[in-house]
Design a protein around this ligand. Structure first.
Ligand code: AMP
Length: 604
């Protein structure tokens, strides 16, 4: 027998949820449904989003409501418009085979007259966000005197968003005899107070341990220097080619900056924050749901109520100010019994915050290393070979072209073809990751330690020419058709320094050594940061004894997802693309040197 029938759910509903793919109850459903079906008790359920709590309260409601009556009998309050719509939609789907079920979604930012019209026509279940609900109550457009059940969904979120007073006012419109069912991912004292004030001996249920995050979520952290954060972030993203993630930032500006930089670097990303109109938000969410977007960059507030399944990673680009918010963020992954990873990019000082979060979620974080360049390249290559292996083949349409293709390839062995294929896709990627530095803090510290703990600045100085000049290396040379004068012009232009600050210029084939006054060295690094010449990232380093390609580049870890495109400025037929944005924003701005203007959405 279907386990939902066992729990006391009627056939019609079981048929509908079977069509939705519900085979057996989730843990919260298994525990809550029998309690709620009695209709006799107040109830507190501690459960994360994505655990199936909508059905945990929705299925019992469908059993308890008298659908021959057309007045409101149940009120579901939730924090966001998205969640409100989702709950209403789910309830309608559960009730697909029951006659005369009327559910209305009442939320702000939409035409109120449509909502009022639906209410006038007669509804049994009202799903609402608090603000709009109060508005409608204020207009005396709804009668809650027959409400038997009130559900407070994501109660902690509603309180976080400042709906406490609205909730009090709404609840005071409902009869004292009603039963209140409260669901919350966390149980801060404010939520506890609601339970105390509005409920009598509520039945309390916890899925997992109290306040514990979903057991299917792994929690990782990476310790990174602030200035390496963006580079490390991209490297991690590159390491997970199939990532479908939500990236959390602390501010709107940060979300926008990161989304912009990512798009320029060839990633499939967009931002979601409070400054967008509802229409813009809907558009972004639709693209994310459709998977046209791979990375959604969001603030905590904007991401509330996001109910997209299959999110593989939640990335805390910045940890939340309130550690409690971490649970909400990480709850966006590992929904509906799936697994997921919540990873945080932190600096050494934030370790304490990680320990506090561990206490809240009752789970330990795993410290991870930012993948090394070689590991990323290998991962990407394997993902590509998987793609080739699983490519869909349209036999009929490709058939006419095959003979000539076969002919043109006939002198190549299988190994030749595979090598060429991989190289074709990956040359630029390999180029980019060649010499990319280790971004882990400990690695960088010990690296420095071995060199006498001088730090980057000291290191640079240590190799300075003794005459007050530092000898630098740049990966452009005579093969790029530069004369010494051209090179001087380029350096002065890029660094915004006078020609007097530049000493000897020693042009080689593919690179050049040049001297710059010590005081101007940083300007040169900053000036060339994120620039490219003829589609090649420009790299400037302090010239040392070791191989030039092995030194520390300040050009940035530009992400492997590059596109081809033009440049800002022409020089001898080559194009130089400068990035003069301030390096502020997100931690030193080691953004990609691969700024390109192509509108192609391909990642490489
Ligand atoms: P919720 O926590 O209610 O937002 O549910 C999260 C997701 O899990 C939704 O997509 C539901 O459709 C799905 N879901 C809920 N209960 C079950 C179940 N028993 N079996 C399979 N999927 C479920």
């Amino acid at each position: 027998m279907n386990p939902f029938l066992d729990l006391g759910i009627r056939h019609e509903v079981v048929n509908a949820i079977t069509e939705m793919g519900f085979e057996k109850p989730s843990p919260i459903q298994e525990k809550a449904i029998p309690v709620l079906l009695t209709g006799n008790d107040d109830f507190v359920g501690l459960a994360q989003t994505g655990t199936g709590k909508t059905a945990a309260f929705g299925l019992p409601l469908l059993e308890l409501i008298d659908f021959t009556q057309k007045h409101p009998q149940a009120l579901v309050l939730c924090p966001t418009r998205e969640l409100c719509l989702q709950i209403a939609k789910d309830l309608e789907k559960f009730a697909k085979y029951i006659d005369d079920v009327h559910v209305v979604a009442v939320y702000g930012g939409a035409n109120i007259s449509d909502q009022l019209r639906q209410i006038r026509r007669g509804v049994q279940i009202v799903v609402a966000t608090p603000g709009r609900m109060l508005d409608i109550i204020g207009r005396k457009a709804i009668d809650f005197s027959n409400v038997k059940y009130v559900v407070l969904d994501e109660a902690d979120e509603m309180l976080n968003m400042g709906f406490q007073e609205d909730i009090n006012n709404i609840l005071s419109e409902t009869p004292d005899t009603k039963k209140t069912w409260l669901f919350s991912a966390t149980m801060p004292k404010e939520v506890r107070r609601i339970a105390q004030n509005y409920m009598t001996n509520p039945q309390e249920l916890t899925v997992g341990t109290k306040n514990t995050g979903n057991a299917n979520i792994e929690h990782h952290y990476y310790v990174i220097k602030a200035r390496d954060k963006y580079a490390a972030f991209k490297r991690i993203v590159d390491y997970y080619p199939e990532i479908f993630g939500i990236v959390f930032c602390r501010t709107k500006i940060e979300t926008q900056e990161i989304a912009e930089a990512l798009v320029k670097d060839g990633y499939n990303a967009d931002s979601l924050h409070g400054d967008l109109s509802q229409q813009q938000r809907d558009k972004v969410m639709k693209r994310y749901r459709d998977r046209s977007l791979q990375l959604l960059i969001a603030t905590d507030v904007a991401a509330r109520g996001i109910d997209v399944n299959d999110v593989t990673h939640v990335i805390n680009f910045s940890l939340p100010d309130e550690v409690e918010n971490y649970t909400h963020r990480s709850g966006r992954t590992a929904r509906a019994g799936k697994t997921g990873v919540s990873l945080s990019l932190i600096n050494v000082k934030e370790l304490g915050k990680i320990r506090r979060i561990e206490k809240i979620i009752g789970k330990q974080f795993e410290k991870k290393q930012v993948p090394q360049a070689g590991e990323v390249v290998e991962k990407q290559l394997l993902a590509m070979t998987d793609k080739i292996r699983n490519a869909e083949i349209n036999e009929e349409r490709i058939a006419p072209y095959l003979p000539s293709i076969m002919e043109s390839m006939q002198d190549l062995s299988k190994e030749d073809i595979i090598t060429r294929f991989a190289s074709l896709e990956f040359n630029r990627f390999l180029d980019y990751y060649q010499n990319a530095p280790d971004l882990n803090v400990d690695a960088r510290e010990s690296d420095r330690g071995e060199r006498g703990d001088r730090g980057e600045r000291g290191e640079r100085r240590s190799r300075a020419a003794s005459n007050g000049y530092t000898r630098l290396f740049i990966n452009l040379g005579s093969v790029d058709e530069f004369s010494r004068g051209d090179m001087l012009g380029l350096i002065c232009d890029a660094a915004n320094i006078s020609g007097k600050s530049v000493g000897k210029i020693d042009m080689k084939g593919v690179f050049t050594f040049f001297e710059v006054q010590d005081a101007e060295v940083n300007k040169v690094f900053e000036g060339f940061q994120g620039t490219e010449y003829n589609g090649r990232a420009v790299r400037v380093e302090v010239s040392g004894d070791e191989s030039h390609s092995g030194g520390r580049s300040r050009g940035g870890d530009g992400g492997g997802r590059r596109r081809s495109g033009g440049g800002d400025r022409d020089r001898k037929g080559g194009s130089f693309r400068g990035d003069r944005r301030s390096s502020g924003g997100f931690g030193g701005g080691e953004r990609s040197g691969r700024r390109q203007s192509s509108s192609s959405r391909s990642r490489y």
